[in-house]
Design a protein around this ligand. Sequence first.
Ligand code: SF4
Length: 223
Amino acid sequence: MRGRIAEVFDSIQGEGLYLGEKQIFVRFYGCNLGCKFCDTKISSFMEYEPEELFEELKLYQDKYHSVSFTGGEPLLQKDFLKEMLKLTRKGNFRNYLETNGTLYEELKEIIDYVDIIAMDLKLPSSTGLNGFWEEHRLFLETASQREVFLKAVISRDTQEEDLRRGLRLMRETAQGAVLVLQPDSNEDKAHLRDKLAKFKELCREERVTVCLVNQIHKVIGVR
Ligand code: SF4
């Protein structure tokens, strides 16, 4: 079985609850969505056998928080991902899955082997796509067996009603999970300030723990 991998590198986590943690990143090729704010344009890949990729990961000698399986969408290659999750655990690496939270059937097949899930809450007014409410619901029902937190990109187009719906979904399926609000890094932050303050208040009203975290890669100039 061969996986299509766009790149492998080490850096610090640039977003979410584990911001600043040192990780090895394995970027999977391919995505099933096309969010309008996407800045991950992947045009090429290398093919690896799972053991071959694991050998490469072992060459990283520093102390790492975890191996981040990111994309694209890693669950599109669930069989290869499953092998990699098993191998990293066996090799005493913690693993961390970054996912758009739509491939719920695939998640069921790997859930026993994953440590931390960082799931995107795809708000339609932010992504420019249709909503994935039912997919997210089914995804969270499984993901909540593990440590999971959610991230939502907030832009000038994001509608309050979308956030309310996302918060209700979180309350119903993943009680206690934290939501990270992430200002769109392509937009000027100043004009989002009032909206973000209002959205944080909404989260409190809906009793969802929230934090506001900028993507820092572009700010500090790392990958
Ligand atoms: S899910 Fe992620 S990788 Fe896929 S299009 Fe959206 S932002 Fe890009």
